[in-house]
Design a binder for this molecule. Sequence first.
Ligand code: UD1
Length: 418
Amino acid sequence: MDKIVIRGGKKLKGEVVISGSKNSTLPILFASLLTDESVTITNVPSLADIDTTIEFLNFIGKKTLKKGNVVKTYSSCRYKHVAPYDLVRKMRASVLIMGPLLARLKKVDVSLPGGCTIGARPIDIHLDVFKKLGAEISVEGGYVKISAEKGLKGTAINFKFPSVGATENALLCSVLAKGKTTIINAAEEPEIEDLANVLNKMGAKVVVSGTKKITIEGVDKLHGFIHEVIPDRIEAATYMIAAAITKGEVTLKKVVPKHLKAVSDKLRKCGMSIKETKDTITAKWVKTLKPQNIKTEVYPGFPTDVQAQWMALMCLVKGKSKITENIFENRFMHVAELQRFGADIVTDGKTVNVNGIEKLSGAPVMVSDLRAGAALVLAGLATEGNTVVSRIYHLDRGYDMLEKKLKKIGANIKRAHS
Ligand code: UD1
């Protein structure tokens, strides 16, 4: 299995071009099922999760090809309505197959995704959407079977929590439902706005209010589209933290600074210089950093997908800080691995108390999930000595050309095959 080997202690300096957003591309790929016309998606990152989704679409019956950073889907033949375990288990976002297939075929059977290392991750909010829109749901043999023989009918849906995936599934089926659907307490992450823009290009009538209310006026038919995916704000945040943790200076190109406001604000409070233009951010270490507490929240709050990377930074900023995880129930798998570097951290329920110290020492560590992996790489970059990161297939799910981009800004990092 591949490993990443880092010889840390170098200040990172230079420019990084940020790739398209993984979490935006995935629902947009599933949206292609809503039309029989061809679709072109540009700025698509090269990641394992994207390949998995393309494989999934081809299996369902939608011919889909990726060449470089462009994905094209072709006018479809007939779709299958069953999504088997082998495809669903690889990626949780596979549940986004439910919305479009239910809208198009009036029935879909999807193998239950199960939990993962960051928590049980139920799909009750997704299923509630389908029920409210008039579908019947049963669970048989590990499959959730959803059917709406008489079609879907728009309605008012009030989410108990603004789930990103459930909001996407709600959009992906209500656009073809009869009448008006209103989602109250909807997620309004930038990736939701990107999906809404795509659906509107297809001829849907979606209005994202900016007040956690989304309205959808159902239409009969949707068209093909051409769309450039928004930049990956989580990848961008990771490189900003790489500048901070190595006392360097990194300019991110092709970003949307407002999507990163929560992270930029916290880095400024730590003492980093953060300068923005319309589509770049320069993060520069100018003085000794001060610790900052964070608590993860839905957008526009501090993203849970940057919590682990922030923890790595706080481990090396002298003084005490608190990190509270409010989105996922078990997203501290990186704590034990950061401790292997010598980090002084103690978990207390959904909060981690960090006592930042000046130096860590390189260590062999193991990745438990995507963003935990990013935290371990960051710690390795800032630590003198050798760090060997194993189980890096998690990183390949979400970081496009990680070693190449880090090498370009001065990191001593390589992939070893064993
Ligand atoms: C998406 C992102 C993920 C990010 C997360 C939160 C993708 C592919 N993934 O995941 O990177 O960390 O948003 O910003 O876009 N929940 C329920 N019932 C449900 C659905 C969710 O209880 O039916 C809970 C989850 O267990 C979790 C919380 O709600 O504790 C947030 O989940 P959700 O917003 O749905 O995240 P995902 O869409 O899975």
